[in-house]
Design a protein around this ligand. Structure first.
Ligand code: 13P
Ligand code: SF4
Length: 323
């Protein structure tokens, strides 16, 4: 994404989703961040769930977890600010060990990453000897290091099938594992982690949306429970949902996912009506223009990965990217 030189010239881009008065309260930080990026030779990688003033105002690279991991390899700046959650910053560091990777708030975690530890993986290996472990990227570097290969919601089925085995363990997201299991002949053993945002959607929500908004196209993230995905028209990662809206241009759409996603996609599609029941991710929402600015001004919070686990964790991520 290329940026005009000042915050005021950026407003047109976001005028459909940010009121002018609110944007004016952001301008000072946006201008400061644009200058700081040049001064520090820094880039900002922002996940699709970041608020529109971050996503459209200051980010250089945006996308789903898979795209952020892929594009992190191509970055030639010295500093990467990860506007997203901690596992995303760790993944960027694994792929760029020589660069400074900053996360503006160390508390930006993830309920999935918190649901499993390396000790749990050791017990799984004992219980299922020889069964490979496919680990969702929404995990700590230590859990990745104890696994065989990573996946994201954008490539999970492909990764599972790439292993050429009849059975895999897929951790930690139970719903993602069950949603993938419906699409493949590979037997999948799941863990019991859930995304605290997507597990709140129900199949009944989908039926009500269809009743209240006739003709609405329902897109669901695969972290939603399987009965929600079954009721939806289509399921895919945040990038895949965004592409779907761009390609199919539904007249009315609802994205069953985090709230900022609709704002960010709506900016590009003025002709599509977005119905907006959504759930906020409290972790993603910890990232603000104010703490991105402070991150660049004060070089905080630097994300490091213990060298004892970095090699194995990086291998699991790189194995996924090679597919
Ligand atoms: P995506 O990889 O689809 O962007 O999802 C990341 C995430 O945290 C979803 O909750
Ligand atoms: Fe984790 Fe869910 Fe938030 Fe994504 S939306 S970062 S999976 S808690």
């Amino acid at each position: 994404m290329s940026h005009p030189v000042s915050a005021s010239s950026l407003y047109d881009r976001v005028s459909r989703v940010i009121p002018k008065a609110e944007w004016m309260s952001f301008e000072n930080d946006v201008d400061a961040i644009l200058k700081l990026k040049r001064r520090r030779n820094a880039v900002i990688l922002a996940h699709n769930y970041q608020t529109p003033e971050i996503f459209h105002g200051v980010a250089d690279i945006v996308g789903d977890s898979l795209a952020l991991a892929r594009k992190a390899i191509e970055v030639d700046a010295e500093v990467i600010v990860l506007a997203g959650v901690h596992f995303m910053a760790e993944t960027a560091k694994l792929l760029n060990p020589e660069k400074t990777v900053l996360i503006p708030d160390l508390g930006a975690g993830c309920s999935l990453a918190d649901s499993i530890t390396p000790a749990d993986i050791a017990l799984l290996r004992q219980a299922h000897p020889g069964v490979p472990i496919v680990t969702y990227v929404n995990t700590s570097a230590a859990v990745k290091a104890a696994s065989d290969i990573c996946c994201t919601s954008g490539n999970a089925k492909q990764v599972v099938e790439s292993l050429g085995v009849p059975k895999v363990l897929m951790i930690p997201d139970e719903h993602l594992a069950r949603n993938v299991a419906r699409e493949t002949d590979v037997e999948i053993i799941a863990w019991h982690g859930h995304c605290e945002v997507h597990e709140l959607f129900s199949a009944d929500d989908v039926r009500q949306l269809r009743e209240n908004h006739p003709g609405v196209t329902v897109l669901a993230h695969p972290e939603c429970p399987p009965d929600v995905v079954a009721e939806a028209d289509f399921a895919g990662s945040t990038a895949v949902m965004s592409d779907y809206v761009g390609r199919r241009k539904p007249a009315r759409v609802v994205l069953l996912t985090e709230c900022s996603m609709s704002d960010n996609v709506a900016v590009h599609h003025p002709d599509v009506e977005f119905i907006r029941p959504c759930n906020l991710c409290p972790h993603m929402k910890r990232i603000t223009l104010g703490n991105i600015r402070a991150a660049l001004e004060e070089n905080r919070h630097e994300v490091t990965v213990d060298p004892a686990i970095a090699v194995a964790a990086g291998r699991a991520v790189e194995r996924m990217l090679a597919i």
